[in-house]
Design a protein around this ligand. Structure first.
Ligand SMILES: [Zn+2]
Length: 562
């Protein structure tokens, strides 16, 4: 009897759900009802989301509170990514991260401005000592904003463990309103083995979803044979917002036996880019939606898998009938089920389409080099997840490297030898990836060494040499030359570059550096007179903006202030 009870407990889902994280340690970083614009580990471009995005009522400037006692262990100010971000390390070993901030608290703002003026740069990063900037739980440390790569006002909040692994912050007792179960938008079946087929085809098959009155799903019966797998497009929605969020857990069962569990409660930054192995990447590139594979294919290093049976694949025999079930759950354990009846039936007559072949076979686990005339492309070993025939071609300066639909997990290098060019003609050249219908060159970060141009990229596609002959533009927005600006808080200028993009900018007044914040989303440079670095009446402003190939423009104006 005792033995049976112990066994029952071991298998109980209750035990699995046991939470090992402190529950009352962290307070919410905001004092408003929490509504999520994004959930932990939701699927983003080339990464899993490492925190939660909390909506800030469409405004900036809400108070951000330290989630617990600790010290500011890092401040990073950047044009892209997290924008203005602070990191607080707590005595229990966890670190909380607050990103896309509008500004920091007055103490932190003074600390970082001092550094920005010393380094003469808006972008700075600093790791203060534990005794330098101590904060207490509930202290206002910053104000919410929209800086960096943020598509609207919100707070990006993270909790990381002492190995810098982000953990779902909801596991620490934050609360949200969510009684809405996840929903499934698409389901696909994949023949995996050489003689596998689904619905008389050896191509992947979109299955027709039928929603049941209780919000669960079924699909029309599937006829299949051999090794197969499935993938779903699924999202969650919470009660107080309409936006799509990510799932918390996915489990599949074949005839009652678990095949796979995918658990999104924690990951490490090293593995995040392997999201491209988790989703059907080709489908994502071509159709812009993310199918999550319910099997783990080769060379997939993600740690999100548990309880794997045959890597989540199904082996369907002839003349059988099976029931495959998929359970998708959100953080609040609202569940949605998908049921697929599979009839095993073998056909010998299904003809195979010949796969694409070329003279350029890429071995995933070897270094591969493609050299043609003046262009060389080097793929380090394990750049790709699988072997494949690359569609490679070159015409003059244009090279075709297959297409975007194959994911690379490492950077590869494209090198042009331009020794046949005159040195004076090299200046404005860059390597661009040709994108869109009009095949316009998109600047790919280009390094120049003598007559050698090179770029490192993770994106296949068409590359070519391009020339940027256009200088950046600089336009004053709220002032003009020779004007009094005594009552102004800010000076604003719009800076733009049409082709290769802005690489750097520098502003001085009477020859001395002034700090200008660059917001790439509205092309704006802003100087704040509260920095108190303008002391003269007559001031000569000079702004120099340089693009990625080195074209530069200078703007000069005189303003007066008393
Ligand atoms: Zn975020």
């Amino acid at each position: 009897m005792k033995y049976t009870l112990a066994l029952f407990l071991l298998c109980s889902p209750l035990l699995k759900a046991q939470n090992i994280y402190p529950q009352d340690y962290f307070q919410s970083p905001l004092d408003i009802t929490l509504v999520m614009a994004g959930t932990f580990a939701e699927l983003r471009s080339n990464h899993f989301h490492s925190g939660i995005d909390i909506k800030t009522q469409q405004v900036e400037g809400l108070k951000i509170y330290a989630a617990a006692d600790g010290y500011i262990s890092r401040i990073k100010i950047a044009h892209f990514g997290y924008g203005k971000a602070i990191y607080i390390t707590h005595p229990n070993g966890y670190t909380t991260v607050y990103a896309h901030l509008q500004r920091l608290s007055p103490t932190l703002e003074a600390y970082i401005k001092k550094l920005q003026y010393e380094q003469e740069s808006y972008e700075v990063e600093v790791f203060p000592n534990p005794d330098e900037l101590i904060v207490s739980k509930g202290e206002v440390v910053a104000y919410s904003g929209n800086t960096g790569s943020s598509g609207g006002p919100h707070l990006h909040f993270e909790i990381r463990d002492n190995a810098e692994r982000p953990i779902n912050p909801m596991l620490f007792g934050l609360d949200i309103k969510d009684t809405t179960p996840p929903f499934i938008k698409n389901v696909y079946a994949y023949p995996i083995g050489p003689d596998s087929h689904i619905n008389k085809s050896n191509e992947k098959q979109k299955l027709r979803l039928i929603r049941q009155p209780n919000n669960d799903y079924v699909v029309e019966n599937v006829e299949a044979y051999g090794k197969i797998g499935f993938a779903i497009e699924a999202n969650d929605r919470q009660d107080l917002a309409y936006n799509n969020n990510g799932l918390y857990n996915i489990q599949t069962f074949l005839n009652g036996n678990q095949k796979i569990e995918i658990d999104f409660h924690k990951f490490s930054f090293d593995e995040s880019s392997h999201i491209n192995r988790f989703i059907d990447y080709e489908q994502y590139i071509n159709e812009k939606h993310r199918l999550q594979k319910l099997y783990r294919d080769t060379n997939n290093p993600l740690s999100i898998y548990k309880n794997l049976d045959d890597e989540g694949y199904l082996q369907i025999q002839d003349s059988t009938s099976s029931i495959y079930k998929v359970k998708v759950s959100d953080y609040k354990n609202n569940n949605t089920w998908l049921t697929i009846n599979i009839k095993g039936k073998k056909y010998d007559t299904i003809k195979k389409e010949e796969p694409f072949k070329s003279n350029y076979f890429i071995y995933a686990n070897k270094t591969n080099e493609l050299v043609h005339d003046k262009v060389a492309v080097e793929f380090p070993s394990n750049t790709f997840y699988e072997d494949f025939y690359m569609d490679f071609a070159q015409t003059n300066d244009t090279i075709k490297l297959h297409d975007e639909s194959i994911a690379a997990q490492k950077y590869f290098t494209i090198t042009y030898d331009l020794s046949h060019y005159k040195p004076e003609d090299l200046g404005q050249l860059y390597i661009g990836r040709l994108v869109g219908y009009y095949k316009r060159p998109y600047y790919s970060s280009t390094k120049k060494e003598g007559h050698i141009l090179s770029t490192r990229t993770k994106t296949l596609g068409i590359y070519a040499l391009a020339k940027d002959t256009v200088d950046p533009t600089i336009k004053p927005i709220n002032f003009s030359d020779g004007k009094w600006v005594s009552n102004f808080r800010y000076l604003k200028l719009k800076i733009e570059d049409k082709e290769s993009g802005i690489s750097k900018y520098r502003a001085t007044v009477n020859g001395k550096f002034i700090l200008m914040e660059y917001e790439y989303k509205d092309d704006m440079l802003t100087f704040d007179f509260n920095d108190n670095v303008i002391t003269e009446t007559e001031n000569n402003l000079k702004v120099i903006v340089t693009d990625n190939v080195g074209n530069s423009s200078t703007f000069e104006a005189t303003f007066y202030r008393k």
